[in-house]
Design a protein around this ligand. Sequence first.
Ligand code: TYD
Length: 252
Amino acid sequence: MKNNNQHSLDFGDITSKLNKINVNNGLLITFEGGEGVGKSTQATILFHQLEKYGIDCIKTQEPGGSVLGNNIRKWVKSSSNISPLSETLLFEAARSQIITEIISPALNQNKVVIVDRFTDSTISYQGFGHGLDIEIINQLNKIATKNITPNLTILLDIEPEIALSRVSNQTNLFTGGDTNKRIDSENQRKFEQKPLEFHKKVREGYLSLSKNDTRWCLINAQQKSDVIAKLILDKTRELLMKNGVAKNRLED
Ligand code: TYD
């Protein structure tokens, strides 16, 4: 257990901060998947559960998470005449900023960092979806993230036909109360409105990525929300225990 910010705390705050549980070297947990799979809801559920355990954690999202990132978010989600390469560079610029401002400092303070979308979104959307060279995206991802890679990636998977009908029926169902989502307006749904073929390629991208690496946890997102949340929590607890958190600190 450690606290790097003790000098800046007032006394009223000190007890709760000192009781927070940190993990060895910080942990990065990313949520990935196509449109309407429920990522934001599940990321929020996990964040609250970890807070309940007293784990020192933060939650953020891409694109977004910083002033620059939020501006880029509005821009890429609404501009229809932007080339796939320009789009990729904008996502990477937002990523570089969130890494520098938020993710890297939090990992250095041994926090758990939950991110709604990360590098695999660019590989799946701009690489598999738009056909941009995957090797170039891998290189850009490495530069933007300063080589930071996730410890665990939750992939919520549903056939795009089903997921997209969920999005169009209940646009706000999956926002998980995330304030960044509320800044999106009707004209910022460019990706949801792409043809089904595009979303199928994105899904294929995710599925093939998840086969290559043990950091992935593939979950059928057609299951009930509480079932999905339990699967994610079990996987996360496993990871936390491997990283120095005592099992008895992770009980309800
Ligand atoms: P968002 O509202 O966050 O979508 P979702 O709720 O599905 O996460 O919008 C982000 C959109 O940007 C989403 O359609 C996926 C797309 N995107 C990319 O195409 N490439 C990327 O690298 C990232 C981070 C997002």
